[in-house]
Ligand binder design. Structure first.
Ligand code: URA
Ligand code: ZN
Length: 394
């Protein structure tokens, strides 16, 4: 039997222009180039601790963040046939006004042309004597100028909808600056819904340092608390605010892909629903506040998609259960984050852990594993993989 197609829908890049911009900055987010040793990426506010020497702050950054050939080679090493690229955090959340629009256009055009050139480049594959059925395809989620005028954000969303390799847009949890339940987001949701583009909701800000015991504890335990707990809770809070703010009532066809299997949403959905049902402040329960009309379970089965970046079968099972089956779950790697600690490892343990969680969850059920690995993404994102017959993509 042929192996299933693998599509990675959670994989990031910083185009070289964005890297240069980070290098020119001295405050978060920025890249620091020490005289000795690899450059450092300082993007989380908790990274920028004056008690830590600059050359140890943040994390090392190498060409895997910006070089598409390194991405393609990573894909080959891990059996990935297609990647849907997205700009990594913190996107354009720190750039305002017209400058943000210029950056969004530049980055989106750059991603579009990277995908177009790659997907067409069959000559290069032949020269490298790689069979066409091993050809790798690229698509992308665009970036939005979130701190520009909402009308300009809408214009960029509509432009993205007409770029052949774009499949939606990545978005942070602050939205335009005030969270995703902010009514000012409505034109943005409307444009995304109208153009049938997926929103890839991704964390960046985590929780306040105090939630983890302050900066000294974060320094002591490194990225564990902000990344393992801050990120997933941030996503959970953001999407719960969307629900509470009635976003899914007003935009019933909006499609949102939640990073890291929805943070903790699949696990907490029952508790969230129960708290809503018992909230006396909501109009449905006789109170003064509008509150959500649709049930969280209905939203999970209609509007929400989840990636499989959860590193364990228990989390994956919760994602499958919450989504009413495997149809809304899509494989991801979070490359280039979580690289191996040693350069000698050819396969990334972070990626192999996610592969294993899928096979542990699916057991002998190969069709189910194949849907999570690639079939669902091909269907949901309408991907046409280069060099593959339409039949093997059904
Ligand atoms: N760390 C980040 O800052 N971003 C990711 O996407 C993953 C890990
Ligand atoms: Zn990510």
């Amino acid at each position: 039997m042929s192996r299933p197609l693998v599509v990675d829908i959670h994989t990031h890049m910083y185009p070289p222009s964005y890297m240069a911009m980070l290098r020119a900055r001295k405050e978060v987010p920025y890249i620091y180039d020490p005289e000795n040793g690899p450059p450092r990426l300082i993007i989380l506010s908790s990274d920028d601790n004056p008690a830590i020497p600059l050359h140890q702050r943040g994390r090392p950054i190498d060409t895997s963040y910006s070089d598409i050939d390194v991405k393609l080679s990573f894909m080959r090493q891990h059996g990935i046939d297609c990647s849907v690229l997205s700009l990594a955090n913190p996107w354009l959340d720190f750039i305002h006004g017209k400058e943000a629009i210029t950056w969004a256009q530049r980055i989106n055009d750059d991603l579009e042309s990277t995908c177009a050139v790659n997907n067409k480049d069959e000559d290069r594959d032949r020269n490298e004597s790689r069979p066409l059925d091993e050809k790798q395809s690229l698509f992308a989620f665009g970036v939005l100028p979130t701190r520009a005028d909402p009308n300009d954000i809408v214009i960029e969303i509509k432009r993205l909808g007409n770029l052949p390799h774009m499949r939606g847009a990545i978005l942070g949890t602050t939205g335009l600056g005030n969270g995703l339940d902010d009514r000012a987001m409505d034109p943005v949701w409307h444009a995304l819904e109208e153009t049938e583009q997926l929103v890839f909701l991704h964390p960046h800000y985590g929780l306040p340092d105090e939630a983890f015991g302050g900066k000294s504890k974060i320094a002591q335990y490194g990225h564990v608390l902000p990344l393992a707990l801050g990120f997933p809770l941030e996503t959970t809070i953001a999407v719960t605010r969307m629900l509470l703010g009635g976003v899914f009532d007003r935009f019933p066809r909006l499609r949102v892909l939640l990073a890291h299997s929805g943070g903790t949403l699949p696990f907490l959905a029952g508790r969230i629903e129960s708290c809503i049902i018992h909230e006396r402040g909501f109009m449905d329960n006789g109170g003064p506040v509008r509150g959500p009309h649709r049930s969280i379970w209905n939203v999970l089965k209609t509007n929400i998609y989840l990636d499989s970046v959860v590193y364990g079968a228990a989390g994956l099972q919760a994602a499958i259960e919450a989504g009413g089956g495997v149809d809304r779950l899509m494989f991801g790697t979070d490359h280039p984050f979580f690289p191996p600690l040693s350069k000698d490892e050819e396969k990334w343990p972070s990626v192999m852990t996610n592969y294993k969680a899928i096979s542990d969850s699916c057991g002998d059920d190969a069709p189910t594993a194949a849907s999570i690995l690639g079939g669902n993404a091909i269907r949901i994102l309408k991907l046409r993989l280069a060099g593959r017959s339409p039949r093997c993509q059904e």
